[in-house]
Design a protein around this ligand. Structure first.
Ligand SMILES: Cc1cc2nc3c(=O)[nH]c(=O)nc-3n(C[C@H](O)[C@H](O)[C@H](O)COP(=O)(O)OP(=O)(O)OC[C@H]3O[C@@H](n4cnc5c(N)ncnc54)[C@H](O)[C@@H]3O)c2cc1C
Ligand code: SF4
Ligand code: SF4
Length: 407
């Protein structure tokens, strides 16, 4: 049963990002389920109250995306890279954290610092699901060892907000680590619930190329010559930068694949539709957002050769800056200033997507589908930076895929 008008609209527009917020505030009326080909989607199992319906309408990032223009502490803003106070590169200074992390281990180091200094008592984030090692499950870490064990990017659906109401009731100060849309959902909910900023004093995010379905990871495993149903461990990357995709099965057989191949050939083509029109894939409303500080290649595209991990670090709020300052003073992380224009060389695909989402959304609207509200996310400015014939090509390409039933 889905009688929630908000959820129906999300479903009609394929606008769900899988954050789990609707389930987390629904008094068990909504559960997160896996839907073919392997995305996290809400399933309404009981009637929801008017209060919950209104909260979903306002906080679901499939319906409205939290505005960058509300981030009033930022001293600068970039049409692709969002509002910021500082633009840096950095890494964890502890070798193990830097090596285990996805890029420079910054997110894990900051979360560990919060636990060690008492700024928070726990960390809400993601770990591999032991029952399906290519998948994710929501995790709470209370020690630095637990945070470290859960470092690394996992290119599969995640719903870190699926228990948010219970965490707000519990009240334990918690570092939140999630996708940009998860943080946007949390910020929107904070407009309705004043407990959010007290319970989640530090919201960390990362740049996000999109969430692939489980089918993407299954194809990687099959290509490696292993059976996706018989895995005991799966790591998308990390243990180096970018690190290898690593699988192990229940017989102890192991296989590896480069990050470039696993993301480029198998995962990126499985990304859910909502991500293709994402106006904030850069954690624009997090306190601090990290990304890969790829070294630009001569072609203008990033190089993926193995190197010591290096994160791009966008500090977006005063509380994020104060927290980072304390972490820098204790030398748990090291940072260097970066000119914002350098980010264009590190993340060309992100900038390109932002320039083209308006064309994709126009095609989606022509097909009679709804799109999220995106005020204050500088979509029009980004669109004006794109060449008109490329916008037309994107529009027609999206329309063709809609009518061929490929979206
Ligand atoms: C789906 C996805 C897409 C990404 N796309 C890009 C991109 O286009 N460009 C780019 O520069 N970087 C991208 N990243 C982020 C990048 O890989 C690094 O995570 C980022 O640089 C932070 O590195 P770190 O070493 O500081 O993080 P780490 O210290 O490794 O910490 C990573 C944290 O993220 C959490 N996490 C891992 N996977 C997920 C998930 N699926 N959902 C929620 N939380 C998760 C972990 O629990 C951990 O706490 C993406 C990450 C993910 C998960
Ligand atoms: S985006 Fe989040 S809040 Fe919206 S429907 Fe999907 S899981 Fe629920
Ligand atoms: S691309 Fe955007 S919508 Fe998709 S998972 Fe990332 S932040 Fe969420």
């Amino acid at each position: 049963m889905t009688d929630s008008p908000a959820l129906r609209k999300v479903e009609r527009g394929k606008l769900c990002a899988g954050c789990g917020l609707c389930a987390g505030i629904s008094d068990d009326a909504i559960a997160m389920e896996v839907e073919a080909p392997g995305y996290a989607r809400p399933e309404q199992v009981a009637k929801i109250s008017d209060r919950v319906e209104r909260a979903i309408e306002q906080a679901c990032p499939g319906l409205e995306v939290y505005s960058w223009d509300r981030m009033t502490e930022a001293t600068a803003s970039d049409v692709s890279w969002g509002p910021y106070i500082e633009c840096l590169t950095g890494h964890a200074t502890e070798d193990e954290t830097r090596h285990s992390g996805s890029s420079g281990g910054m997110i894990s180091a900051l979360a560990m610092h919060a636990l060690e200094t008492g700024a928070a008592q726990q960390v809400l984030h993601i770990e591999g699901d032991p029952t399906k090692p290519t998948g994710n499950r929501t995790a709470i870490s209370r020690t630095s060892q637990e945070v470290l064990a859960r470092a690394g990017s996992r290119y599969a659906p995640s719903s870190p907000l699926e228990n948010v109401e219970a965490m707000l009731d519990d009240g334990t100060p918690t570092v939140f680590i999630g996708k940009p849309c998860d943080v946007a959902a949390l910020r929107s909910l904070a407009l309705l619930d004043e407990r959010i900023d007290r319970v989640f004093p530090l919201k960390l995010s990362f740049f996000c190329g999109g969430v692939p379905s489980h089918a993407g990871a299954d194809r990687i495993v099959e290509t490696m010559g292993l059976d996706p149903q018989r895995l005991s461990q799966f790591r998308y990357r990390g243990n180096g930068w970018p690190g290898l995709t690593h699988a192990e099965d229940t017989d102890g057989r192991t296989a590896e694949m480069s990050y470039e191949e696993s993301w480029g050939r198998y995962l990126s083509s499985q990304v859910q539709f909502r991500c293709k029109i994402c106006p904030d894939p850069v954690g624009g409303v997090a306190d601090i957002a990290c990304a890969d500080a790829w070294y630009g290649g001569e072609s203008g595209y990033p190089q993926f050769d193995e190197a010591d991990g290096r994160s791009l670090v966008m500090v977006r709020t005063e509380s994020g800056r104060r927290f980072l300052d304390r972490a820098r003073r204790t030398s748990i992380v090291a940072t260097e200033r970066l000119d914002i224009d350098e980010v264009n060389l590190m993340q060309p695909a992100q900038a390109r997507r932002k320039r083209r989402i308006a064309a994709r959304m126009a095609a989606w609207r022509v097909a009679g589908k709804p799109v999220p509200k995106m005020r204050g996310l500088h979509v029009a400015k980004a669109t004006r930076k794109e060449r008109p014939h490329l916008l037309l090509k994107e529009f027609l390409g999206t329309l063709r895929r809609v009518f061929q039933g490929r979206i």
